[in-house]
Design a protein around this ligand. Sequence first.
Ligand SMILES: *Cc1c(COP(=O)(O)O)cnc(C)c1O
Length: 424
Amino acid sequence: MQHDERYYGRFGGRYVPEVLRPAFEELEEAWAKARADPAYWSELERLGRGFIGRPTPLCFAERLTAELGAARQGGSGPRLYLKLEGLANTGAHKINNALGQAVLAKRMGKRRVIAETGAGQHGLATAAAAAKLGLECEVFMGEVDMARQHPNVFGMRMFGAKVTPVREGSRTLTDAVNAAMKNWTERVSDTHYVLGSALGAHPYPAIVRELQSVIGREIKAQVAEAEGRLPDRVYACVGGGSNSIGAFAPFLDEKVELVGAEAGGRGREAGMHAARMGGEGKVGIVQAYKSLFLQDGDGSLLPTHSVSAGLDYAGIGPQLAHLGETGRVRFDSVTDEEALAAVARTARAEGVLPALESAHALALAFRELGGAGAAALGPGSVVVVNVSGRGDKDLFITAPIFDRADWLGFLESEAARLRAEDAK
Ligand SMILES: *Cc1c(COP(=O)(O)O)cnc(C)c1O
């Protein structure tokens, strides 16, 4: 039986209150059994195909490849592919984890699942998975977030979930996590807590990584089919870290460059971004795990900002923190403005409307592949961007911005510039 790591270098661990220790031990044991049981994985494969819509397509980005190549000296560059996780049921990769944990909950004999949610995407995915499997579902959500993300609240209720407002603290994600933990302590006997990203106390980081690794396995097989080889580089955006570790994990032992894009928000000042790996994240133990967090001198979490709700978090999963520290995964950050430009550019060039989160990975790829820094990757090399979700959910945020004349002017001048490049 495969062994799950409890620590990743100096990060990870399980710092939980005494009352929750039995629940974590029960989960660890159930997960070890499920993980080693082919029946568990074939059930996920069946539901993946018939309910999620897997495998999601790997789309050759023909026009972006040409545009980026044209911007380089020599006139051609890497072949760019987009992994379209946004075509999964509920619009993002989150369903891979939610469904996997819901099936695990059923195996454990639980009849109820709970989840925390910030922007609502993880709540939506958990509610859909619970509906599919006939489990009761309660989602804890900060009152402020419920007001900001009303369409997702509505969606969760459509799937039959109870959405419980959290009125403590700042009434956002951190408080929702605390409320879910508290509820779990009271209902351990019949309830599984579906954690939404590759973080938290052991064994959650390992569970979520394994369930999301389907993304990387499919990328590997799909690139092999299209190109007969491995990709040279894979990009993914990093909030808590689930879509990135899922895309990266099957490549960790291969000669493939792995790049994480964090939210650079409005700038480098504290409170304006959520870039933990750029040197500003400090070691701490928060919400039951040890990792890098944006925090002040007293160890309190700093406020964060990103135009994309899914990347707007002060912590990062322990394995990614370790992979960043050892240099196996390279991190860089992308501003709100760059992400918005990448949404527009990808939509126009490829007919794919990416989520704002995913647009961070796209923007970093555009920055690195189209300019002078692209030299390292020659023509014929292969680059994949994991497009973790689709952008329909963001239209309330993006539409007012794109409606403004300055953005339309920007898009038109950008299109004219590219046409001029093409004509050269
Ligand atoms: C939630 C979300 C993310 C960020 O979460 P990770 O755990 O870092 O993957 C990224 N993209 C989309 C579309 C999301 O919904």
